[in-house]
Design a protein around this ligand. Structure first.
Ligand SMILES: NC(=O)C1=CN([C@@H]2O[C@H](COP(=O)(O)OP(=O)(O)OC[C@H]3O[C@@H](n4cnc5c(N)ncnc54)[C@H](OP(=O)(O)O)[C@@H]3O)[C@@H](O)[C@H]2O)C=CC1
Ligand SMILES: CCCCCCCCCCCCCCCC(=O)OCC(=O)COP(=O)(O)O
Length: 256
């Protein structure tokens, strides 16, 4: 036998084997982390929230779906119950109905969540609303509406659930911000301001939660085609009702 058969071949096969084993362990560890975990998702009736609900349900999490539209939530739950395959064991999804812009409703929703499932492992602050308008024409009440939903809502829900997470010494808090939480663009002042505030608050929280083993993640997506533009609030508080036209030129700000 030559050098290839005695040294290189066993080395290559061994490396592939070890790599495969590590990958398998990694997969088992991450699915074990999600299996049975309590995952609370706001804005679960549509877009990113609905997709998160599917992914976590499919991985065996106990999902608590939050929203203000009962029929919408029931519809998502029906869709989840049709999912086959994935987790070793599926948990019946829960729903909690409240308007995120009403801080008192948020506090009682947090109590309801803890009563239903006893703890929260992962909180996904996803719900949000868009805004379109010129600053000069926009009523202050509109700025407040956007801040109430996109900033005070997630802040209030997080604060209400935080003591229970600190007590159990662990968990993960996620918030869906936006590229607009880092860069401001014209005619989106209230939205961008709400996302900048969100970024700042959750950055502070991340640092404060280090001793409690609670991870805090701010996610900043770019454009995704969902119902967000459709439901954007305009200068006078009315619904925008249109969709974005994506102009396929890299240099243009086609969605402005
Ligand atoms: N789509 C995009 O391009 C991007 C989105 N994002 C962020 O992602 C998150 C999800 O948005 P996306 O999925 O796109 O949008 P959707 O409009 O599809 O979903 C928004 C969700 O938030 C809920 N929601 C809105 N206001 C309230 C409220 N006051 N109380 C309770 N629930 C409420 C909606 O409920 P209902 O069905 O009752 O309206 C809906 O379930 C938002 O925070 C958004 O800012 C960030 C960057 C890009
Ligand atoms: C060298 C300098 C380059 C500077 C480039 C600036 C580019 C700015 C890009 C801004 C991208 C914003 C992505 C926003 C993602 C987001 O939150 O999308 C949702 C909305 O904005 C709300 O939807 P609507 O359709 O109502 O705007």
């Amino acid at each position: 036998m030559d050098l290839t058969s005695w040294v290189i071949l066993p080395f290559l096969l061994g490396s592939v084997g070890i790599y495969g084993l590590l990958k398998l362990l990694q997969r088992l560890r991450s699915s074990a982390y999600i299996q049975d975990a309590v995952v609370v998702i706001t804005g679960a009736t549509s877009g990113l929230g609905k997709e998160c609900a599917k992914v976590f349900y499919e991985a065996g999490a106990q999902v608590v779906l939050c929203g203000r539209n009962e029929e919408g939530l029931k519809d998502v739950i029906k869709q989840l119950c049709l999912i086959r395959g994935g987790a070793m064991k599926f948990h019946k999804p829960h729903m909690v109905i409240f308007d995120l812009s009403d801080v008192e409703a948020v506090a009682s929703a947090a109590r309801e969540i803890l009563h239903l499932v006893g703890k929260v492992d992962i909180l996904i602050n996803n719900a949000g609303v868009s805004y379109r308008g010129a600053i000069v024409d926009t009523k202050l009440s509109v700025d407040r509406t956007i801040m109430d939903t996109n900033y005070f809502g997630p802040v209030a829900l997080t604060k209400a659930l935080l003591p229970s997470m600190i007590q159990k010494k662990g968990g993960h808090i996620v918030v869906i911000s936006s590229v607009q939480g880092k860069i401001s663009i014209p005619f989106r002042s209230a939205y961008s301001a709400s996302k900048h505030a969100t970024q700042a608050f959750f950055d502070c929280l991340r640092a404060e939660m280090v001793p409690h083993d609670i991870a805090v993640t701010v996610i900043s997506p770019g454009y995704i085609q969902t119902n967000l533009s459709l439901n954007a609030v305009t200068e006078d508080g009315s619904r925008y009702g249109g969709r974005h036209v994506f102009i396929n030129k890299p240099a243009s700000l086609g969605r402005l």
